[in-house]
Design a protein around this ligand. Structure first.
Ligand SMILES: [Zn+2]
Length: 198
């Protein structure tokens, strides 16, 4: 996971505030875990309509708990490839703040195999956390920073029923990372951190 560098002027305050959030309240009724199980089983069937319904149910449950407007889900076929200076990468998901539309891809780019459940659910939680940044926390943007990855990981592990893992940062001087998942990609120059789980 590559982090975005702080903006130089505009939105810098929001960026720093966003980076301080390290956790997330979680529903205690087990509903997201149960729905995630149905996502896992429908992913195996490879039927987009069933997967769409399960994802929509997951997002409805999460949106209700966090008291944010419902977002819309698109379940897409094979991931698209994006060409960047440093190579080609696959887009796993995206979120458009203007339309509150989340897109997730159910197959890898090449070969077109069904995405693993862990990656699929992680992507869904990741994109929903972009939704929270805008609709719950009111940030003017949603950055890929530790304050984003931590709550996204909390939500993912809660939904999957797995133990939380700590994130640690690795400095990358002069990094030119490509961020995926917001419906846009952008280079960010300067020093950045790569976050990994342990
Ligand atoms: Zn993202």
């Amino acid at each position: 996971m590559l982090t975005d560098s702080p903006p130089r002027k505009t939105n810098r305050t929001g960026f720093l505030k966003s980076d301080r959030i390290k956790s997330l309240d979680l529903p205690q009724d087990g509903c997201l875990f149960a729905i995630a199980k149905s996502i896992e089983s429908t992913l195996r069937t490879a039927k987009p309509i069933d997967l769409y319904r399960a994802c929509a149910q997951f997002l409805d449950g999460a949106s209700t708990f966090y008291n944010v407007p419902d977002c819309v889900i698109r379940v897409l076929a094979a991931r698209v490839l994006r060409l960047r200076e440093r190579g080609t990468f696959e887009l796993f998901g995206d979120y458009a703040p203007e339309t509150m539309l989340i897109g997730v891809w159910m197959r890898t780019a090449e070969p077109k195999e069904i995405t693993s459940f862990g990656i699929f659910l992680s992507t869904l939680c990741h994109e929903f956390c972009h939704h929270l940044d805008f609709q719950k926390f009111g940030y003017p943007d949603s950055w890929h920073i530790r304050g984003f990855y931590e709550p996204a990981a909390v939500l993912y592990h809660h939904a999957r029923g797995t133990p939380q893992k700590r994130l640690f940062g690795v400095s990358m001087a002069g990094g030119d990372g490509a961020s995926t998942g917001r419906g846009r990609t952008r280079p960010h120059a300067g020093k950045s951190l790569e976050w990994q789980t342990i």
